[in-house]
Design a protein around this ligand. Sequence first.
Ligand code: ATP
Ligand code: BTN
Length: 349
Amino acid sequence: MSDTRRTLLDALAEGPVSGPDLADRLGVSRAAVWKHVESLRDDGFGVESTSDGYTITDVPEYGGPAIEYGLEADYDVEFHEVLASSNDRARELAADGATDVAVIAREQSASKGRKGREWSAPDGGVWMSLLVRPDEPPAHAPLYTLAMAVAVCDAAREAGVDASIKWPNDVIVSRPPQRATNDGSSGASASDGGIASEASNRSADSGESDRGYKKLCGILTEMEGEADRISWLIIGPGTNVNLDPETLPEGATSIAAEAGPVERRVFVQRVLERFEELRDDLDSVLLAWRERADTLGRQVRVHTASGVVEGKAVDVEHPGTLVVQTDEGETRVHAGDCEHLRPATDDSR
Ligand SMILES: Nc1ncnc2c1ncn2[C@@H]1O[C@H](COP(=O)(O)OP(=O)(O)OP(=O)(O)O)[C@@H](O)[C@H]1O
Ligand SMILES: O=C(O)CCCC[C@@H]1SC[C@@H]2NC(=O)N[C@@H]21
């Protein structure tokens, strides 16, 4: 988006503004102002010309200008109707030297999940990749992913969803798994040693896998760095917003399913504004993450590159390390796939 367009949107967001005033603030002719206003109308904005000046009467639900209108965070928005992957587009922008850009696609045709897994990204979700260049060592990169998880969690909570975070960066809606039934169709058996993986259980009435939570958002972070400094960082959250979970892979949920549909432009604004707040106060990230964590206090099984770590998740430490209390003592896990486990006869932690 051009600087002029952004200045125009910022000016209109403050309230009615006269043509001459706009021409002054944009440094363009009044005829050019009129053209910009017309192009906003083409983008779906309602713009009325009143005695106080131009006034916005209607904002489209989604799209680049809609997101930038009233956005209180210092990011450019690059919006696409369709992209293969917003992370890939952000990588191109990184190669061109850009920074502080939120790439957003209405839908993606080749979304990337973690570890090369597939991700489903139809219209209705919020598929975004934020390109930043923090002046930090590469080892601190996980803090930014944690910050994004907090930002998405808070935006989802504001929309009325009971969201929390699963280590390291899935935003989930936690649901106590179904209790064992008389026919034994749910719950753990004695043969599994008294601890059942939530993923391996079956919900009593639906027959779907019941891992005790549904996934609302996953984040794919990519980075390039030198030995002591991040060159660029792309943080890519994919959030199921106005989508029917029936159209998503099993185990997924959406904001619409949990709390009703929301305006995606407002959701994106909240995420970017909250992320900027956290990014400007990195010391607050771990505390904010801990307060929203579903993983802490749970029995977990973490699959790491060097093996499986099983025990109780007791803390998360800088820059995102999970501390697990195992039978052998405390183990620190820097990366891995984390399963939540639960006692076979007790669905509390
Ligand atoms: N839009 C989506 N597209 C694809 N998967 C989604 C989507 N929304 C939620 N999911 C869930 O995310 C899972 C893929 O994420 P991931 O590979 O991280 O696995 P996971 O089940 O979350 O396990 P873990 O994080 O423990 O490795 C899918 O199994 C699906 O349940
Ligand atoms: O596996 C996961 O949990 C992470 C999924 C990340 C998906 C998002 S959608 C926006 C961004 N663009 C991509 O191609 N992937 C991420």
